[in-house]
Design a protein around this ligand. Structure first.
Ligand SMILES: O=C(O)c1cc(=O)[nH]c(=O)n1[C@@H]1O[C@H](COP(=O)(O)O)[C@@H](O)[C@H]1O
Length: 311
């Protein structure tokens, strides 16, 4: 099961964090942009090549200490099909370095269309009888608010292709409570109910380390709810965004973990990509700074939760 692989990576590196790859051209140093624009012109192709160079340098700086990366699809789609190719290349490069790749696409649709999304991001596309992997990530973020038909095709591919999904439960953004905190007739909140649905969807997809292939997204910006969900969803692995740039710290995320220091992976995107700004370095030192920040983040979190071990 996919999250078994992620968990084993986390234990091996003693690091429950994921580096978000949400690159903007503004973050890419001039030296990389100049080289790519000289080769491809100031075009979408040039921009996409610069993003990929930037990502490659980050992956090279992180792959031996950080178990996973999470590229956010929007930052690549912004540069057209050329950007989408950079996403594909980034996924392949991170995998070649042994990293677990979570594509952040927050996809959802009706059943048949969801089948297409699931095939695209996690499965194999049939091309006249040839079965070909398209994007090839290990896991995908998804929106479960269309209900079970939207999740079933993903669950099927998680099973057949050894993949995982993270379903939005309690998101990190300031207005997430407008809908997600609303109380149902049963007196449980919408996010709590969505969390329980994740436990249900994952029942037949259990891994050997106690977590299913159906994970949940719960934001670091809501530490109380994070603890509440950890207690109520014992088999659901959490992706926790909101650390760093959105204000979350180690104290806020410690409740996301179980007694073995497992059960969650904490994301930081801008905090890692743009770490050079806070370290008084130049943009050309972005990769060195990213590694330093990833180590600091790891040490801060592990300092709160202790040694991470398999149960
Ligand atoms: O699914 C996500 O990853 C996600 C869910 C959520 O509730 N909040 C959230 O910030 N994210 C993503 O996590 C990343 C956070 O980026 P930083 O705030 O720069 O660390 C972005 O890619 C967001 O799209």
């Amino acid at each position: 099961m996919a999250f078994d692989r992620l968990i084993e990576n986390i234990v091996k590196m003693q690091n429950p964090t994921v580096a978000g790859l949400d690159p903007k051209l503004d973050y890419v140093p001039e030296s990389i942009k100049t080289k790519c624009f000289e080769k491809y012109g100031k075009t979408l192709e040039g921009a996409a090549a610069a993003l990929f160079e930037f990502n490659k340098a980050l992956i090279d700086a992180l792959y031996d200490i950080v178990p996973a990366v999470k590229p956010q699809a929007a930052y690549y789609e912004m540069y057209g099909w050329q950007g989408v190719k950079a996403l594909c290349d980034t996924i392949a490069y991170a995998k070649s370095k042994g990293m677990f790749v979570i594509t952040d696409g927050k996809r959802n649709d009706i059943g048949t269309t969801m089948e297409a999304y699931a095939t695209a991001h996690l499965g194999h596309t049939d091309v006249a009888g040839e079965s070909i992997e398209a994007f090839g990530a290990d896991a995908l973020t998804v929106n479960g608010y269309l209900g079970t038909d939207g999740i079933k095709p993903l669950a099927k591919i998680c099973d057949s292709d050894d993949k995982g999904i993270f379903v939005l439960v309690k998101t990190s953004n300031p207005s997430s409570g407008e809908l997600q905190d609303m109380k149902l007739e049963t007196n449980e909140s919408v996010y709590e109910h969505m969390g329980k649905m994740c436990e249900g969807w994952g029942e037949d997809l259990m891994g050997k380390h106690g977590y299913s292939a159906v994970g949940a997204v719960v934001g670091a910006t809501y530490p109380e709810q994070l603890g509440e969900m950890r207690a109520k969803l014992p088999h659901t692995f959490f992706l926790v965004p909101g650390y760093g740039a959105q204000g979350g710290g180690a104290d806020d995320v410690k409740n996301a973990f179980d007694e073995n220091g497992l059960g969650a992976i904490i994301n930081s995107s801008r905090g890692i990509m743009c770490a050079w700004k806070k370290q008084g370095l130049t943009e050309e030192d972005f990769a060195v700074a990213a590694r330093k920040e990833a180590e600091r983040m790891r040490d801060e979190i592990v300092g709160c939760i202790g040694k991470i071990k398999l149960g």
